[in-house]
Design a protein around this ligand. Structure first.
Ligand code: GUN
Length: 300
């Protein structure tokens, strides 16, 4: 059995960003509309700061306007809601991203519900979650879909073509990743199983998968002998673990070296799903700006 082909998320994300950059240029030229992304970060969590900075930077690189709002830890829920109301009303803003997690004194669901669903480029608003839940097989994704799940789905379609009839197992039932990944696979005509921490005999369930998507946030949890030979494995996990000489390293939710001996296709960590998240955020922002400019939906 040959080694798995690695799915190069960096290369795919870079190509997607190029297409988005061209779409931004075309939109400015044809309609005079410059897509705008507002990012909101409450508090000074270092990891969140890195993410938010990379989002603002990516937007600027693609010719979008980027509006960065940094609020102190002690910001009240009312103040945050007021900022969002302003961004909802601002015609230069086509996408709003409130970085999660929010400080404990702020109700995340209340904040996410306050974002205009048509500017919800994270796809976290209940309206957009509902749109994905109600989508017919093969229907266009003409509304914002959560970025990491959208990235997983784009990678799978790129390497496999049609997913129709395949058995897909999604490990993890989170609202941010597992469930939307499952919905996207269902839309692509897969037979979908969502497995989770209470699933009986998880290895056997995983072994039924032609497509195995793992998003549980447990380092190196899924072993090579859980994988059906030739399966496409999407590892959404990004876990930092101790390594030799007091250093740390990033690993996924799957034991990479074991999976590589069995799978047909495999996303590495880092360099697999990770780069797709920001690229899909840019994609969603362009799509919402195009919609606002009155253009019909088209894949980019
Ligand atoms: N925190 C971790 N991932 C994400 C994401 O995709 N969007 C937002 N808003 N916050 C996050």
């Amino acid at each position: 059995m040959s080694e798995a082909r690695l799915i190069d998320g960096r290369a795919f994300a870079s190509a997607l960003r190029m297409r988005v950059g061209k779409g931004v240029g075309d939109l400015v030229a044809s309609k005079g509309v410059k897509p705008g992304l507002a990012t909101v970060l409450v508090g000074g969590d270092p990891a969140s700061e890195v993410y938010v900075r990379s989002k603002g930077k990516a937007a600027a690189e693609l010719g979008m306007a980027s509006f960065d709002h940094r609020l102190p830890d002690e910001t009240t829920e009312a103040e945050l809601l007021q900022l969002i109301a302003g961004l909802n009303a601002d015609a230069d803003v086509h996408g709003i991203l409130v970085q999660l997690p929010l400080p404990g004194h702020i109700q995340t669901q209340k904040v996410l519900r306050a974002i205009d669903p048509d500017k919800d480029v994270d796809g976290f608003h209940p309206i957009n979650v509902g749109r994905l839940g109600m989508i017919a097989a093969g229907a266009p994704l003409d509304f914002p879909v959560a970025c990491t799940p959208l990235g997983c789905s784009m990678l799978l379609t790129d390497v496999l073509g049609s997913l129709s009839g395949m058995n897909a197992v999604v490990v993890g039932r989170s609202t941010l990743v597992g469930r939307p990944v499952a919905q996207l696979l269902l839309r692509a005509d897969c037979t979908v199983t969502i497995a989770h921490s209470r699933t009986r005999d998880l290895p056997s369930v995983c072994r039924t998968a032609d497509i195995l998507a793992v998003a549980i946030g447990r380092p190196e949890f899924v072993r090579g002998d859980w994988i059906k030979p030739g399966a496409a494995v999407i590892d959404v996990g990004i876990n930092r673990i101790p390594a030799a000489a007091g250093k740390t390293r990033l690993v996924g939710d799957v034991v990479f070296e074991e999976a590589r001996q069995v799978a047909g296709h495999l996303t590495p960590v880092p360099g697999g799903v990770g780069p797709m998240t920001v690229a899909c955020l840019m994609y969603n922002t362009l799509q919402q700006a195009r919609r606002e400019a009155g253009l019909p939906f088209a894949e980019i």
